[in-house]
Write a protein that binds this ligand. Sequence first.
Ligand SMILES: [Zn+2]
Length: 82
Amino acid sequence: MKLNQCKYCFNMFQSPDTRVVCDKCKPLDEALFSSIEDYLKKYPNSNAIQIAEGLEIPTFEVVRFIDEGRLQFSRGKFERLK
Ligand SMILES: [Zn+2]
């Protein structure tokens, strides 16, 4: 078992593998991720700032999905913020 901290509620929880979201916050995470996916379907070449502004969420929420390997962008269309 691994000890993890949820990125939303910051509670510590255990799971067999490394996770960043607890079970309680999972629906929140899925909803946020699918709204980003929908946004990218509508505006395919958006960068993190445009997505964040379009969805009215903090930019780091978008960047975090990239860190988690759940969002990918090709040909330099999506650039990581320094
Ligand atoms: Zn949580």
